[in-house]
Design a protein around this ligand. Structure first.
Ligand SMILES: [Zn+2]
Length: 65
């Protein structure tokens, strides 16, 4: 899987921690469809933030932002 990892540090709210915590934010291309014939059309960029305190990850699709 092609992965672009920017590794940007950002402070964001974490639901698990219940407060703002440092997050590692990266962008990953994820394939949503299991149909290989349409795979190249269904890869969506996701913004993935990982809490550096508890390790909780949150993925947000960027296309609908
Ligand atoms: Zn957390």
């Amino acid at each position: 899987m092609a992965t672009t990892n920017d590794g940007v540090d950002m402070s964001e709210a974490c639901a698990d921690c219940g407060r703002d915590t440092p997050h590692t934010v990266s962008v990953q291309i994820q394939t949503e469809s299991s149909k290989t014939e349409n795979a190249e059309f269904s890869r969506e960029p996701y913004r993935v933030s990982e809490c550096r305190v508890c390790g909780e990850t949150t993925s947000t699709r960027m296309n609908n932002a």
